[in-house]
Design a protein around this ligand. Structure first.
Ligand code: DGJ
Length: 758
C-alpha cells in the first residue's frame, strides 16, 4: 500500500482511504471509486490504521429504493456519507443544498484531490481554532461538481493532544458569470452505524439557561436550533450522543459544538435501519446565500469529540480545547479581575456620588474592577430608550465618564463599562438619522423587544457608526473592560441594505457584523477584556468565547439555581469563562434567602464577582466578603487551569457536588451543596476523581467566610477516590439531644481544599 503518512493522518493513496488519528480518536473515510463520493467508515475511540478496509464497507440489497448505478446496493440512502445531499437517492436530511440557475437542486460532487497543511485554518473574523500547536494538521478534500464549476472543500483538523476533530466546509464558485444559491450549508454531517444512543443537550429560557436534558433516540428526527439571530437561551449549539449505559464517568459519548453565535441547527436523524445521522451548522431557516461568480462561502467550524470516559471525557476535551485554542491566551493564565457590578445594586437609579460610594466600599474589600452597567448614557432611567446614543447622561454623571473612571482608578480599581452595541431605541438621534439601519421592512410590522430594536449589522456603515461612538468613549476614558450585552432577538428580519436576492444572507451577515465590531475594537484596544452577555446566557457559545473570554451565564443570580446553570454550562465550557456573581438576598429573581457563604461557594467556581449594594450591608457581612475575596484570589489559578469534575448532579441530587483539580500542582477545590436540609440525614460520602492515588494530600475543610481552615486531615489520593470524604459531622457532644446540636439549614455548602503534602 502506498501511503501518505503525516504523524496524524494516514492515507492509502491507491484506494483513497483517509485515516485521521491520535492517541485517543480515529476518523476514517474513503472515496467510493465507482461514484467518486465519500463514504464514512468509522469515527470513535482510536484504532490502528486497518490492514484492509473492505470488510468495513457495509452494503445490503435494497431493491425497493432508488439506485445510483445498475446494482441494488448503490443507493446513497444506505451509504454512510461524509457530506450528503438530499434527493440524490438519499432522502434523509442533507448537509447542503444548492439551487442551480434552472431552479433544480441536483448536485453531484465527486472527489478531486486532497491536501495536507500544517496547523489550523485561518478563517479571518469567523471564530476559529487558533494558536500555535506544532502537531495540528489539516486535511482538505476537494470535491468537484459534475454539473457546474462549483467545488466543496471539506476540512478536517486533528492534533496530537486532544480528542478533537475540527470540521468545516468551504463552497467555492469558480464560475466567472453565473451565481448559485446556497440554501443549506451545515458544518458537518456524520452517519453512525446504529441508534442506541441518548441525545443530550442544553436548553432553557431567560434566567434558566443550560438545563440538561437526556432522552433516548427514536426513529425520525430530533432537532435543536435557534432562528432568533443569536445562539439563544433556548438551545445551546451543542449536542451529545451517549450510549444509554454511559454515565458521568464511563461509557461512549460523542459531542459536537460550533464556534458560532448566530442561527444554528443541530439535528439527529435515525433512519429505518437504525443509522444515526448527526449534523450541525448554520440554520437553513431563511438561509439563502448568493454564491456569486468567483466567490466562496465558509461555514463555521464544528468541534467534534468522542470519549469512552463518559461525559467527563467529553467535557474535558471541549474545555481544554476552548482554553487552549479559542479563548484569547492573555486571559487563560492571567488572573481575571474580581469585579463589582452595579446592576443589581442600583439598576437605573444612580449618580456619581452613589457609584463612588459603592466603588470605595469595593476597594476597601479588595475588589479589582468596578463595572458600570446599563443606564449611564442618553436619558436612560428605564429600559425605554437611549440605546444607540452612547454619550454620557449629564444628569446622572455631570462631571462626565472620564472623571468617574479616573476617580475609580484613583481608588485603585479598574473601570468597566456596559454597552449594548447592536441595539437602537427610537428616541435617539441615530434612529432619526438612519431609520434604514433598523432591522425591519419599512412597510410591515416590526416588533419591539424590551422596547428596543436591532441595528442592521449586516450593513457595514451601521457597524462603523457604532464603532466610532464606542471608540470615542474608549479613547477618552480609561476603560479596562466592556460588558457587551444583547437583550432581544431578531424577528421580522429584513435588511434595507441587502438586495432582495440577498435577504437570505441576512442572519449570517448580521453575526459577521457583530464579530467585525469585536475584531475592530480589540484591534484598536488590545488590552480590553470583554464579557459577553445576552440577557444573561442568550449568546453563550464558542463563537463568543473567541472574542469575549468570559460570558455572563445567566441573569438568575440565585445560588441554588446557579448550581444547575453552571453545572450545565460545564458540559463544554471552561469554568474561567462562566461569569458568576454573589448577589443580594432575598434574591432578585427567585426571592430565596441563601447564606452568604453558599452564594460565594457557588460563584467561586466561575469568573467571580459581586453584584449587590455593598454600601447597605452590615459590617459583619463586609468582613465576610473581604475574606471571601481573599479566598477567591487564592484559588483563582486553580479555577483557571484545573480540570473540572462533576461529582453529583443538581438535576438529580439534593446534595450536588463538584471538584476542580490541577494534576500539575496537585491542588484541588471541592464544592458540596445541600439544597434542603433533611431531618435525621443519611450518611454521606463524597468520592473524588482525577487524583494521584499514591499522593499524600492535606484535605482541609474551608470556611470561605473567614478564608480559614476548619480542619485538616492527611489522606492518600486512593483513599479519597475509593472511600471519599466522609461528610457526616462528628459532634463533640455525643450525648446531645438533636435540638441541642448546631441547627442544620437549607441551602448549605461546604468547601474542601486539597494540597499535596510535601
Ligand atoms: C441584561 C443583563 O444580563 C444584565 O446583567 C444587565 O446588564 C441588564 N441587561 C441591563 O439592562
Amino acid at each position: 500500500m502506498m501511503t501518505t503518512d503525516s504523524q496524524l493522518i494516514t492515507i492509502d493513496n491507491q484506494n483513497l482511504v483517509f485515516h485521521l488519528h491520535n492517541q485517543q480518536i480515529s476518523y476514517l473515510f474513503r472515496v467510493i471509486p465507482e461514484i467518486g463520493q465519500l463514504e464514512q467508515l468509522y469515527f470513535g475511540p482510536a484504532i490502528q490504521t486497518p490492514i484492509d478496509y473492505h470488510h468495513l464497507i457495509v452494503r445490503d440489497l435494497r431493491p425497493a429504493d432508488n439506485q445510483l448505478t445498475g446494482d441494488y446496493t448503490s443507493s446513497l440512502e444506505h451509504i454512510q456519507q461524509e457530506y450528503p445531499c438530499f434527493g440524490t437517492t438519499d432522502f434523509r436530511q442533507g448537509a447542503y443544498a444548492i439551487k442551480y440557475p434552472d431552479g433544480d437542486y441536483i448536485s453531484e460532487f465527486k472527489y478531486q484531490k486532497f491536501e495536507i497543511t500544517p496547523g489550523y485554518l485561518n478563517l479571518g473574523e469567523l471564530p476559529h481554532a487558533r494558536y500555535h500547536d506544532e502537531t495540528a494538521t489539516t486535511l482538505t478534500i476537494t470535491l468537484q461538481d459534475a454539473y457546474s464549476p462549483l467545488q466543496i472543500l471539506l476540512h478536517y483538523t486533528i492534533s496530537q493532544e486532544n480528542a478533537i476533530i475540527i470540521r468545516s466546509t468551504t463552497f467555492r464558485n469558480l464560475d466567472t458569470t453565473t451565481s448559485y444559491h446556497l440554501q443549506r450549508a451545515l458544518s458537518f454531517s456524520l452517519d453512525l452505524p446504529d441508534a442506541n444512543y441518548d441525545l443530550l443537550h442544553l436548553h432553557g429560557a431567560w434566567a434558566k439557561e443550560m438545563q440538561i436534558e437526556r432522552r433516548h433516540l427514536m426513529t425520525g428526527r430530533m432537532a435543536i436550533d435557534s432562528d432568533r439571530g443569536a445562539s439563544s437561551h433556548q438551545h445551546n449549539p451543542f449536542l451529545a450522543l451517549a450510549r444509554p449505559d454511559s454515565t458521568e464517568t464511563q461509557g461512549l459519548v460523542y459531542g459536537a459544538t460550533l464556534l458560532y453565535s448566530g442561527n444554528f441547527l443541530g439535528q439527529v436523524e435515525v433512519d429505518n435501519y437504525d443509522v444515526t445521522r448527526i449534523s450541525l451548522g448554520i440554520s437553513p431557516t431563511q438561509f439563502d446565500w448568493l454564491l456569486q461568480p468567483q466567490s466562496k462561502f465558509q461555514t463555521p467550524e464544528a468541534i467534534l469529540t468522542c470519549s469512552q470516559a463518559g461525559l467527563t471525557g467529553m467535557s474535558q476535551a471541549f474545555q481544554t480545547f476552548f482554553r487552549e485554542h479559542v479563548i484569547d491566551q492573555r486571559w487563560v493564565d492571567q488572573p481575571k479581575p474580581i469585579l463589582i457590578n452595579n446592576w443589581e445594586a442600583t439598576y437605573f437609579d444612580f449618580d456619581e456620588a452613589k457609584l463612588l460610594k459603592l466603588a470605595q466600599q469595593a476597594k476597601a474589600l479588595d475588589l479589582d474592577l468596578f463595572v458600570l452597567d446599563d443606564g449611564w448614557f442618553g436619558h436612560r432611567d428605564s429600559d425605554n430608550g437611549s440605546l444607540g446614543n452612547w454619550s454620557v447622561d449629564n444628569h446622572k454623571l455631570p462631571a462626565g465618564l472620564p472623571h468617574l473612571a479616573n476617580e475609580i482608578n484613583k481608588l485603585g480599581l479598574k473601570f468597566g463599562l456596559w454597552f449594548e452595541p447592536e441595539m437602537i431605541s427610537l428616541d435617539t438621534p441615530l434612529a432619526a438619522e438612519h431609520p434604514e439601519w433598523i432591522i425591519g421592512h419599512p412597510a410591515k410590522r416590526r416588533s419591539h423587544g424590551r422596547n428596543q430594536y436591532v441595528l442592521d449589522f449586516s450593513n457595514p456603515a451601521a457597524v462603523t457608526a457604532i464603532y466610532n461612538q464606542m471608540a470615542k468613549i474608549l479613547h477618552s476614558t480609561p476603560i479596562d473592560y466592556v460588558k457587551w450585552d444583547m437583550n432581544r432577538y431578531i424577528s421580522e428580519a429584513f435588511s434595507n441594505y441587502l438586495t432582495a436576492e440577498q435577504q437570505g444572507e441576512f442572519y449570517h451577515r448580521y453575526i459577521m457584523g457583530v464579530y467585525h465590531l469585536y475584531h475592530r475594537l480589540l484591534a484598536e484596544f488590545p488590552e480590553l477584556l470583554i464579557e459577553s452577555c445576552a440577557g444573561g446566557g442568550g449568546r453563550f457559545d464558542g463563537g463568543m468565547l473567541y472574542y469575549a473570554s468570559q460570558g455572563w451565564a445567566s441573569d438568575d443570580t440565585d445560588a441554588i439555581e446557579r448550581l444547575k446553570i453552571q453545572y450545565g454550562a460545564s458540559l463544554l465550557y471552561p469554568l474561567q469563562s462562566i461569569g458568576a456573581h454573589v448577589s443580594a438576598v432575598p434574591n432578585h429573581q427567585v426571592g430565596r434567602l441563601t447564606p452568604l457563604s453558599t452564594r460565594a461557594a457557588v460563584a467561586v467556581f466561575g469568573t467571580f464577582g459581586y453584584e449587590l449594594d455593598l454600601t447597605k450591608l452590615p459590617a459583619a457581612d463586609l468582613t465576610i466578603i473581604k475574606a471571601q475575596i481573599q479566598f477567591a484570589k487564592r484559588v483563582q489559578p486553580l479555577i483557571q487551569k484545573g480540570q473540572f469534575y462533576r461529582l453529583k448532579s443538581p438535576f438529580t441530587s439534593n446534595t450536588p457536588a463538584w471538584e476542580v483539580y490541577d494534576a500539575f500542582t496537585k491542588n484541588g477545590l471541592i464544592g458540596y451543596y445541600q439544597v434542603l436540609s433533611p431531618a435525621n440525614p443519611d450518611y454521606q460520602r463524597l468520592v473524588l476523581r482525577g487524583l494521584d492515588p499514591k499522593q499524600k494530600y492535606q484535605l482541609s475543610e474551608i470556611d470561605i467566610n473567614h478564608n480559614s481552615i476548619i480542619s485538616t486531615v492527611e489522606v492518600f489520593g486512593d483513599e479519597l477516590q475509593n472511600i471519599g470524604i466522609i461528610l457526616n459531622k462528628d459532634y463533640t457532644n455525643k450525648a446531645a439531644e438533636y435540638w441541642q446540636r448546631p441547627q442544620p439549614y437549607d441551602f448549605a455548602s461546604r468547601l474542601f481544599q486539597l494540597k499535596p503534602t510535601e
